[in-house]
Design a protein around this ligand. Structure first.
Ligand SMILES: Cc1cc2nc3c(=O)[nH]c(=O)nc-3n(C[C@H](O)[C@H](O)[C@H](O)COP(=O)(O)O)c2cc1C
Length: 170
């Protein structure tokens, strides 16, 4: 498990090789095993493969251009009324599970933040994504996750500093 977690790194350059339905299914299952407050499970995930739609998603803000390259983009959404106080945490746990499972399969991912405002775009990022994929009102969009085989070998990563871990008291 630690190996899959440690080898995960944001991938922004992808091979055109397709991701199989089985691989996508496994990643979705991992996401849907996440914990959620009150076990509300407010998650909805939109699987986008269509090139034209990925092109549209790539314009959501200036840090999403590589949606055109990854053969798949997953859109992580939540039904807000199911988990009004905790949908962000519920969705974040699902996103992280997906990233780690993809890493274990040798696939690359990048979390693209969508919630809130974004500079240089007429529509708020969430509204942009809602429009591209017909996501109804009441469904919140937290993140896009690009998914595909990495074009480059992943760079070596160090964990965050252990100095930031405190024993019993600060
Ligand atoms: C909430 C959140 C939003 C992010 N949004 C973007 C984004 O819009 N575009 C992008 O290229 N990377 C985005 N990232 C990826 C981070 O830049 C990346 O995780 C960070 O630089 C650490 O690198 P690593 O993922 O390789 O460990 C986001 C990550 C998180 C957790």
């Amino acid at each position: 498990m630690l190996e899959a977690i440690a080898q995960r790194a944001s991938v922004r350059s992808y091979k055109p090789d397709p991701v199989s339905d089985e691989e996508i299914q496994t990643i979705l299952e991992a996401a849907l095993h996440a914990p959620s407050a009150n076990n509300a499970r407010p998650w909805h995930i939109v699987v986008v493969r269509d090139e034209a739609r990925r092109q549209q998603l790539s314009g959501v803000h200036r840090w999403a251009s590589f949606c055109t390259q990854s053969p798949v983009v997953l859109i992580f959404c939540a039904e807000e009324s199911c988990s009004p106080h905790w949908w962000i945490e519920d969705l974040s746990a699902a996103v992280e599970n997906a990233l780690i499972q993809a890493s274990a399969l040798g696939l690359g991912t990048c979390w693209i933040g969508i919630r809130g405002g974004g500079p240089g775009h007429a529509l708020r990022p969430e509204e942009h994504v809602r429009k591209v994929c017909d996501i109804p009102a009441g469904i919140r969009v937290l993140a896009l996750v690009t998914l595909g085989y990495p074009a480059d070998s992943p760079r070596a990563k160090q964990p965050g500093p252990m100095d930031n871990v405190h024993d019993e008291t600060w």
